[in-house]
Design a protein around this ligand. Structure first.
Ligand code: NAD
Ligand code: UDP
Ligand code: UDP
Length: 330
């Protein structure tokens, strides 16, 4: 009887999973899924762009632990899997201290790979569609090598992630490490930083505050927007599956920034005004994932269209901007 109970306990025991950047937007949603699955989750985060509030609901759970730590410094832990997300994702945040962004991507990734090698953990890198730069191929397929400016203001992120991918493959080839690479396309949803400068968070916050929607350039540049729960499902399938990647994880629905502004107007305030602003340097003109590979090898595709996902984010932003009480009347 006792033996049966012990075996049952062992079977029920989940994996030990490290999520770097787990207090951030994507990381905190991933942590929710892993904890719900019964895993023992450790978050390592320096709280540069992450917030304790994103994971506070797990405080007190013996299967959850948060360590305030910068991945640029080595760390000793024992886990079975590492989801490596630590890195600012909004252009405003990653350009704030570009040298730090490079160090996070290169030295931080090296440390997490060294950790994975020492303990034999499976390692998943969250890379980005930005490795394609201002792409000359459309939509982007994983075999495309990209069109990246190595000396521009976005390079700390683009080239940082490209080097992180290189390191990941070199640890795989050189140390036989089990690795996975996701190239994530623009993702939105609850818990995004309200003032992080990304287009969806900007437009939603602006429309709620009755401020004009700031469209950069002529607004004809395109992006493809993925709801966060679709991404988390893709990341988990990638980690659990047999394929290294890289895999594009994104929603192929493509919108110009003017079309996005229209969806935000329809969702929040049809009278919201649009104000044109000068665009930022090296802004990619088009971006849309080809997700054939993820469909075929991971059995994954996004389920939530922009018009369905946006209201879920708006509810969260409303609460955080106005507080619960005011949002009821707004
Ligand atoms: P985010 O800024 O909300 O989260 C990043 C987290 O990493 C934050 O909690 C931050 O505090 C932490 N962090 C940053 N530097 C760190 C360091 N040196 N040491 C420890 N922690 C550090 O961003 P996100 O949108 O959740 O993005 C998560 C990952 O996904 C990033 O690696 C990003 O490059 C990648 N990604 C995101 C998108 C997107 O649209 N959200 C698109 C492509 C790639
Ligand atoms: N590292 C770490 N935790 C570990 C093992 C390694 O942070 O448990 C760091 C280590 O400090 C080093 C990096 O990962 O800077 C790469 O480690 P690796 O063993 O691959 O290379 P080496 O230490 O031989 O340069
Ligand atoms: N953008 C915009 N208004 C804003 C913020 C961004 O028109 O208030 C544009 C930006 O120029 C880019 C696109 O929206 O063309 C996506 O920008 P974001 O910073 O969200 O992500 P990126 O894909 O550039 O990393």
């Amino acid at each position: 009887m006792l033996v049966a109970a012990a075996i049952f306990c062992l079977k029920r025991k989940g994996l030990r999973v490290l999520v770097t950047g787990g207090a951030g937007f994507v990381g905190s949603h991933l942590v929710d899924r892993l904890v719900a699955r019964g895993d023992s989750v450790i978050v390592v985060d320096n709280l540069f762009t992450g917030r304790k509030e994103n994971v506070m609901h797990h405080f007190g759970n013996p299967n959850f632990e948060m360590i305030r730590h910068d991945v640029v410094e080595p760390i000793l832990l024992e886990v079975d899997q590492i989801y490596h997300l630590a890195c600012p994702a909004s252009p405003v945040h990653y350009k704030y201290n570009p040298v730090k962004t490079i160090k996070t991507n290169v030295v931080g990734t090296l440390n997490m790979l060294g950790l994975a090698k020492r303990i034999g953990a499976r390692f998943l890198l969250t890379s980005t569609s930005e490795v394609y730069g201002d792409p000359l191929q459309h939509p982007q397929v994983e075999t495309y090598w990209g069109n990246v400016n190595p000396i521009g203001v976005r390079s700390c992120y683009d080239e940082g992630k490209r080097t992180a991918e290189t390191l990941t493959m070199d640890y795989h080839r050189g140390a036989n490490l089990e690795v996975r690479i996701a190239r994530i396309f623009n993702t939105y949803g609850p818990r995004m930083c309200i003032d992080d400068g990304r287009v969806v968070s900007n437009f939603v916050a602006q429309a709620l505050r009755k401020e004009p929607l700031t469209v950069y350039g002529d607004g004809k540049q395109t992006r493809s927007f993925q709801y966060v729960s679709d991404l988390v499902e893709g990341l988990m399938r990638l980690m659990e599956g047999d394929h290294i990647g890289p895999f594009n994880l994104g929603n192929p629905g493509e919108f110009t920034m003017l079309e996005l502004a229209k969806v935000v107007q329809d969702t929040i305030d049809p009278n919201a005004r649009i104000e044109f602003r000068e665009n930022t340097q090296d802004d990619p003109h088009k971006r849309k994932p080809d997700i054939t590979k993820a469909k075929e090898q991971l059995g994954w595709e996004p389920k939530i269209a922009l018009r369905d996902g946006l209201p879920l984010m708006v509810t969260d932003f409303r609460k955080r901007i106005f507080g619960d009480q005011d949002s009821a009347t707004t």
